[in-house]
Write a protein that binds this ligand. Structure first.
Ligand SMILES: C[S@@+](CC[C@H](N)C(=O)[O-])C[C@H]1O[C@@H](n2cnc3c(N)ncnc32)[C@H](O)[C@@H]1O
Ligand SMILES: [Zn+2]
Length: 271
């Protein structure tokens, strides 16, 4: 945990101070910092994503694939966007996964960067990156960040929660939400489905925040190993929807040229 100023206790909403290897609020609610350096701020009634599904192999596939820079169209976009913020800016990576986009942003500039995900396994991998950032386990429905604490939050391929996203943003603060573009991974879907569909590109509708701009980022990538193709497949929702027989079609591929395409909504909290 590198920063704690913007965090608040998920039980009583008070701020934290650091007590040896724990975060503690003034009502003595105590949360231990793990050996990897993250903290679990889920209230006990909330289940962590680690208890749902095969999270460990998903998290590793995602990390191995993203670390090779295949989604650089999106990471270049977010790094470029952050460059306009000062180093004092508080930035939140909502549903951070295994921390790839946070790590790309911090290659260029330091920020007060926080990230969280419901999956403990994802957060563990993010913390193991040893970035100058703070990662925690939490649910988007109850984000343990103070009201109006963030200059920027970004939120890629994950569920939306307009009330919480709006609460944690400063007035005039920005939210970037990325969804798959129309042609994102279309050539992969062609290998699986007889009639692959195009994504509908629809951005979340929200009254709490104003959509001020829409951006597009796109790049064609070439995958030349079975491992990279399998890692990509396993991080998509299609993997779980595909029969064993159809999964074989992907397992046997060792070359794939595929479009990556992202639509990014830029929202603003009204002044
Ligand atoms: C498709 S992954 C995207 C991860 C990361 N943003 C990226 O692009 O690499 C979606 C992530 O949302 C997380 N997630 C799903 N529901 C969530 C919730 N209610 N609260 C917090 N995280 C959640 C999942 O654990 C998963 O890591
Ligand atoms: Zn407390």
């Amino acid at each position: 945990m590198n920063f704690i100023e913007a965090l608040r206790c998920p039980v009583c909403n008070e701020g934290f101070s650091l007590d040896k290897k724990s975060l503690v609020c003034k009502n003595n609610h105590l949360f231990d910092i793990s050996k990897e350096g993250y903290v679990n701020l889920l209230c006990s009634s909330h289940k962590s994503g680690s208890e749902i599904g095969d999270n460990k192999s998903m998290a590793l596939c995602r990390q191995r694939f993203l670390n090779k820079g295949y989604f650089s169209a999106l990471s270049d976009f977010i790094s470029g966007y952050c460059a306009d913020f000062s180093e004092a800016a508080t930035i939140l990576d909502i549903c951070c996964g295994e921390g790839y986009y946070s790590s790309e942003i911090l290659k260029n500039k330091a920020f007060q960067l926080y990230g969280f995900d419901l999956s403990r396994e994802m957060v563990r991998l993010a913390a193991k990156r040893k970035l100058p950032a703070s990662f925690f386990v939490s649910n988007i429905s109850k984000i343990p960040m103070k009201d109006e604490s963030c200059d920027l939050a970004f939120h890629f391929f994950a569920p939306f929660h307009e009330k919480e996203f709006s609460r944690i943003l400063k007035s005039g603060g920005k939210l970037l939400t990325a969804v798959p573009g129309k042609n994102h991974l279309f050539q992969l879907k062609e290998k699986i489905y007889d009639k692959p569909y195009k994504n509908d590109e629809s951005l979340p509708q929200t009254e709490a925040l104003r959509l001020i701009r829409t951006h597009k980022a796109e790049k064609s990538i070439t995958l030349t190993s079975k491992e990279d193709i399998q890692n990509l497949f396993m991080m998509t929702p299609y993997y779980y929807r595909t029969s064993q027989k159809d999964r074989k079609k992907i397992e046997n591929l060792d070359f794939l040229e595929v479009t990556t395409q992202f639509v990014i909504g830029e929202y603003e909290k009204q002044l």
